[in-house]
Design a protein around this ligand. Structure first.
Ligand SMILES: [Zn+2]
Length: 336
């Protein structure tokens, strides 16, 4: 037998004796399909066209390609764009002109991420386009000097109100629940329309790592912040459907359940016992590996419980539950 084969068997033995913690991705066919009620709420996008404009309120339109969402507002004095996703940036001008004869006057950024504002490069030839961003987002974009994300022409601090024609848009700062820079809520009080990008996805569990949050402490608080607004249309920035306050409450209950489950499983799990059991097989030298086995035990045990409780309530539970448990665990163990 070749040395490489022996090494393979030795590795396999270690992997198997440590249980399911290290390898073994689940076969793709074993993931549950998207729930029927969630599929039925999705907007249908013509694949040939590549995007859809959906009116959700008088003067308020959502644009989506099925994965990303942005919005635009007609005001009687011009159009205001809320974000410009990179994926359908080339369609934004057409999406607006097929809906209204009003010219595009302003683009406002929700946060600094390329996927939500990287389509701004497609708008740079619009005459006198005003691009507005929170000063922290603007500073970050200045440092990045990324041609895909056009530098704002105007900045503001804290909360800010934009008035144009018939419409009023509140730009409200709410802690960094998602990005490293500021995250901004877009709220139209007359329309009861709320757009909180990369927060939650109605009908689904949040995206990986609780929507890539850099700050789970703020992410937990974000739900009460959202629910303090009076709104009946909610846009989260991803996939195609919009939601309501009820969707926010359901996702909040899910996130709370993940957090409390991880907290309990972590408190009940004996770190030394798991590390000692593992050390009997591989010795004590590789402390990082021993610690990883302990952490992954908590993640796996928590995710098992979460999946059992939520699999029929939200889509994507078996896709992201482990990543959610991992994010919650980092918070529970080091911050809580
Ligand atoms: Zn983002």
């Amino acid at each position: 037998m070749k040395i490489s084969s022996l090494l393979y068997i030795a590795t396999l033995t270690i992997t198997l004796s440590l249980g399911t913690n290290i390898t073994h991705a689940k076969p793709l066919q074993d993931y549950v399909p998207v729930l029927d009620n969630v599929k039925n709420n999705a907007f249908q996008i013509d694949p040939k066209k590549g995007y859809l404009v959906k009116q959700v309120k008088p003067n308020v339109y959502v644009i989506t390609d099925g994965i990303w969402q942005s919005a635009f507002i007609t005001t009687g004095k011009g159009v205001i764009l809320l974000d410009a996703p990179q994926s359908f940036g080339q369609h934004i001008i057409k999406a607006v002109t097929e809906t209204t004869r009003e010219p595009i006057k302003m683009l406002i950024y929700s946060h600094s991420h390329v996927d939500h504002i990287g389509g701004s490069q497609q708008l740079k030839n619009i005459p006198d386009l005003k691009i507005l961003a929170n000063k922290h987002i603007a500073q970050f974009l200045l440092e990045k000097n990324d041609p895909r994300r056009i530098t704002p022409t105007e900045t503001y601090s804290g909360n800010h109100v934009v008035k144009m024609g018939s419409e009023t848009i509140q730009l409200n700062q709410h802690g960094n629940y998602h990005s490293t820079e500021n995250d901004v809520f877009f709220y139209l009080p007359q329309q009861k329309f709320l757009m909180v990008i990369d927060s939650l996805t109605p009908g689904y569990v949040p995206f990986m790592d609780f929507d890539l949050t850099h700050n789970f402490h703020e992410y937990l608080k974000m739900f009460d912040a959202i629910l303090s607004y009076d709104f009946d249309v909610f846009v989260g920035g991803h996939l195609s459907q919009v939601g309501t306050a009820e969707d926010v409450r359901i996702t909040q209950a899910y996130v709370k359940d993940v957090y409390e489950t991880v907290k309990r499983v972590h408190a009940q799990t004996n770190q030394f016992e798991i590390m000692s059991d593992t050390a009997k097989k591989i010795g004590w030298d590789n402390k990082f590996l021993l610690f990883k086995v302990f952490l992954e035990h908590i993640i796996d045990e928590s995710a098992k419980e979460i999946e059992a409780r939520w699999i029929n309530k939200l889509a994507g539970v078996d896709v992201w539950a482990k990543s959610h448990a991992r994010t919650a665990l980092i918070y529970v163990r080091w911050d809580d």
